[in-house]
Design a protein around this ligand. Structure first.
Ligand SMILES: NC(=O)c1ccc[n+]([C@@H]2O[C@H](COP(=O)([O-])OP(=O)(O)OC[C@H]3O[C@@H](n4cnc5c(N)ncnc54)[C@H](OP(=O)(O)O)[C@@H]3O)[C@@H](O)[C@H]2O)c1
Length: 281
């Protein structure tokens, strides 16, 4: 199997590295990046990646294409590859703010939107998917099977995608922020440096993640740790209402940010090819 990748920044290189290490038979990758240093580094790290100079060349040499550029760079890429696209091409685009239907309407190719997560570096986590009407059952199954090697593909609708991405794609950063805050609070409270506290939390969470793998739910964890009248219960009594308010505020902020960007660019002409009307989230 040959897979193309246009844009080998954070997400493009992560997808290639994850797929090449997790698939039983590593595919051939043909990839390009605007600046040469990133693609050169990727070729050194991952055997089987062939670097080419342009997006057009990627589209000529592969039919399944990951397009991992920012929304603002998507339209130039589409224009570069458009003359080489056929109905056999499948474009899997990681920018969140374009219309799958609109793009399928304007191109002969089949189009899907993917929202990956840094968790795919560990071969897991969720990959949100949204496929255009032209992606038939066979194509969806093929793509889902490919993605399943590095995560769990979950289909989402237009009205779900923002919130779901907060949980699965932004989620690792939000939880990392909580761990850092926990460590700073520990330093503030007693005889421990925040770096040491962060180290203890990391060790604890590496193993706790394995408990989730074994089937533990958050409720199971709480039952195991918190006994009636104990110190954990006292802490949770503070955490529960505070954390819910905190996350409501976080989700309100991401939604507001998303909407304000939509309004901020609504005066600009909507991009003809991609239907893009907002920058990246
Ligand atoms: N980072 C995340 O956790 C995450 C998660 C889900 C979705 N996404 C989405 O995925 C997309 C990519 O994000 P990212 O974090 O990977 O961004 P990134 O690190 O900036 O990577 C984008 C890459 O695209 C390259 N590029 C731009 N125009 C190009 C062109 N015409 N031909 C070839 N390469 C080109 C850039 O090259 P240069 O080296 O010249 O800049 C850059 O390396 C964004 O839309 C983002 O919203 C990101």
């Amino acid at each position: 199997m040959r897979i193309g990748c246009i844009g080998t920044g954070t997400i493009g290189s992560m997808l290639i590295e994850a797929l090449s290490s997790k698939l039983p038979e590593s595919p051939d990758f043909v990839a390009c990046n605007r600046s040469r240093d990133k693609i050169a580094a990727l070729v050194r790290r991952v055997p089987g990646v062939v670097a080419v100079a342009t997006a057009a060349e990627v589209a000529q040499r592969a039919q399944t294409l990951f397009i991992c550029v920012k929304s603002t760079d998507l339209e130039p890429v589409i224009e570069q590859i458009r003359p080489f696209l056929s109905p056999d091409h499948i474009l899997l685009i990681t920018a969140s703010t374009f219309s799958v239907e609109h793009l399928e309407h304007r191109l002969p190719a089949r189009v899907g939107k993917l929202i990956p997560s840094v968790a795919q570096l560990a071969g897991g986590g969720v990959i949100l998917t949204q496929y255009g009407p032209r992606m038939g059952a066979d194509a969806r199954t093929t793509v889902d099977r490919l993605l399943s090697a590095i995560g769990t593909p979950i289909p989402v609708t237009d009205d779900q995608i923002r919130l779901f991405a907060d949980l699965t794609s932004c989620g690792p950063a939000f939880i990392a922020g909580l761990l850092q805050a926990f460590a700073r609070a520990a330093e503030h409270t007693g005889p421990i440096a925040s770096a040491k506290a962060e180290h203890l939390l990391r060790l604890t969470w590496i193993a706790t993640g394995r408990l989730f793998e074994q089937g533990f739910t958050p409720a199971d964890l709480r039952r195991r740790v918190s006994v009636p009248g104990g110190v954990t219960e006292a802490g949770l009594a503070v955490l529960d209402p505070g954390a819910e308010t905190l996350f409501r505020n976080v989700l309100t902020a991401t939604k507001k940010h998303h909407l304000s960007r939509r309004e901020g660019v609504s005066a600009r002409p909507r991009d003809r090819s991609t239907g893009t009307d907002t920058p990246d989230t």
